[in-house]
Design a protein around this ligand. Structure first.
Ligand code: F6P
Length: 549
């Protein structure tokens, strides 16, 4: 058990509490900028191709210094170094946490239990590249000799969200002649809709599951196999040409009937939500090609190096992590919005939900003691302009403090036609306008000066002072996507380190899984399930009645 003081009793924590109480309840962004306009340039950090502007935060130099002292006191960089060294910092599972090794260059050395894992990583990447090229070129054919035109990834959580998100993000880099679908939900409608217009002879299923025991994935994969066999005359050997697996569990893959040669391996030191740059990215690699996939990995690696080497005051993931702590722990902010001004990032926030909420949704510390402080926020959001016409009202004029990230690009996708490209400035004008409106609002006097009748003035006044980070890059490339994801991965890491929680386990999803298995026979066969609570028993009875009516 660690003998370090509880987080909230540390002097660095109480110093932040005092600072928060001192700073006029809530420092006003109007005043902060009036007093120090240069913060617009000073509170900017660059990493790789990303320009990260955190000037519109409720902080001044003193706040940032105090937050940095908290990071130093909680030894964030010590834990970071232990992670990169391959130490077993996932304490409850006794595992190393080495997604960073997945994007390490070929000549790097990263050891787990005395063994350099980088050669294995590159061996799998090479095997993936070879396979991806064969599918893309048509050299890999289906059972009947026809080329593969459809790729269906079956997985859930980290085995779905990453490739599905990145496929959308990088659509303009994808082989447009191929169709990609992502099936995750155990609701049969998901698989039905994914395959209903596909020809089995031209369809490749990628079964993605770290454990290869996840009920949703195995159930969908089994149904997909039946669909395939039904379409190909029931010949079992067709499976070998139409199914590949991405997993750490060779035994289960073979048991399912997938040829081990068609398995792309990864390792228990890769967490599910940190896995899409492992073999889990195979569908994406087929879509964008091995070279682009390697650019994506290089993007991740750029930010890994920055996180490892940049000094604390210029370390982007550290700064973003600490800002989140400032709002979550000292202002009572409960959520964090991620608002990309890019249609291609439509699944980005959903991806981050797992990354952040499965990592930091914890209420005991690394020693198993209840934490006495708030941990991970609710992460939410959708692409910006759509959100403006839906929920931004609440951010602007509601009663809650919702820090937000605004993400945008200077250039639209190269493949857009001229007229659609011209819309890009309007898109980005919205991003900048929202950042300004959220930060500076509109005072009652400004509203009156417009001649608005007095009774309407309160309704049309914007308090402002809503903090945002603006992340800009020239364009959304594979490398930039990798940089963005690594930025958030390490931000989540920083927060978990300060909160002294294990960001790399996910025991919270277990109970529901176990109970679902127990409840299922009650639904299918009306079996008595001992231990069901009265409410659930009544629900099950109502369900059966409706089902059988
Ligand atoms: O939701 C729990 C979880 O274990 C995630 O962490 C993981 O990404 C997902 O299920 C899928 O797991 P697997 O890849 O083992 O099928």
């Amino acid at each position: 058990m660690s003998d370090s003081p509880k987080l909230t009793r540390r002097p660095e924590w109480t110093a932040l509490e005092d600072h928060r109480a001192d700073s006029l309840q809530r420092p006003r962004l109007r005043e902060l900028f009036a007093a120090d306009p240069a913060r617009a340039e000073r509170y900017v950090v660059r990493v790789g191709d990303l320009r990260i502007d955190y000037s519109k935060h409720l902080v001044n130099d003193e706040t940032l210094a105090l937050l940095q002292e908290l990071a130093a006191a909680t030894d964030v960089f010590g834990l970071r170094d232990a992670m990169f060294r391959g130490e077993k910092i996932n304490v409850t599972e006794d595992r190393a946490v080495l997604h960073t090794a997945l994007r390490a260059p070929r000549d790097a050395v990263v050891e787990v239990d005395g063994e350099n894992v980088v050669p294995q990583v590159h061996a799998v990447l090479d095997k993936m590249s070879d396979f991806a090229e064969r599918v893309r070129s048509g050299a890999w054919t289906g059972h009947t000799g026809r080329r593969i035109r459809n790729v269906v990834n079956i997985g859930i959580g980290g085995s779905d969200l990453g490739p599905a998100m990145a496929y959308e993000a990088l659509r303009t880099f994808t082989a447009r002649e191929l169709t990609f679908r992502f099936v995750s939900n155990v609701d049969g409608a998901d698989l039905h809709e994914a395959v209903r217009d596909l020809d089995p002879a031209e369809t490749l299923f990628i079964v993605a599951s770290k454990t290869f025991t996840t009920i949703e994935t195995i159930t969908n994969a089994t149904s997909a196999r039946s669909w395939l066999l039904a379409g190909l005359g029931g010949e079992e050997k067709a499976v070998a040409r139409h199914f590949v697996a991405l997993s750490t569990n060779a035994g289960k893959v073979t048991g399912f009937g997938i040829d081990p040669d068609n398995m792309f391996e990864f390792w228990d030191w890769v967490g599910g939500r940190y896995s899409f740059d492992s073999a889990i990215g195979l569908s994406l690699m087929i879509a964008i090609g091995p070279d682009r996939f390697r650019e994506l990995l290089d993007g991740f690696h750029t930010v890994d190096e920055h996180f490892q080497n940049a000094p604390a005051e210029a370390n982007a993931p550290l700064i973003l992590g600490l800002l989140g702590i400032w709002y979550g722990n000292f202002f009572g902010a409960e959520s964090h919005a991620v608002l990309p001004y890019s249609h291609y990032l439509s699944k980005f926030t959903a991806y981050l939900q797992q990354l952040d909420m499965e990592s930091n949704g914890k209420s005991v510390d690394r020693d198993g003691q209840a934490v006495g402080w708030e941990t991970g926020p609710v992460v939410w959001g959708t692409p910006g302009t759509n959100g403006q016409h839906a929920y931004y009202q609440l951010i602007h004029q509601g009663t809650r403090l919702i820090p937000a990230d605004l993400i945008g690009f200077a250039r639209p996708a190269a493949e857009l036609g001229d007229e659609l490209k011209a819309q890009h400035d309007l898109l980005m004008a919205n991003l900048f306008a929202q950042g300004q409106a959220l930060a500076f609002g509109k005072t009652a006097d400004e509203v009156r000066a417009e001649g608005i009748p007095e009774e309407q003035v309160p309704h049309r006044t914007f308090q402002g002072n809503h903090p945002t980070t603006t992340i800009l890059a020239r364009e959304l490339t594979p490398s930039v996507l990798g940089q963005l994801i690594a930025l958030y991965e390490h931000k989540v890491f920083v927060q978990g380190a300060v909160w002294n929680i294990d960001s790399f386990d996910q025991w919270g999803v277990e109970l529901g899984k176990v109970l679902a298995k127990r409840v299922e026979p009650a639904l299918t066969q009306g079996a008595d399930v001992p231990g069901l609570d009265p409410s659930t028993t009544a629900l099950v009875a109502a369900y059966r009645e409706l089902k059988n009516a």
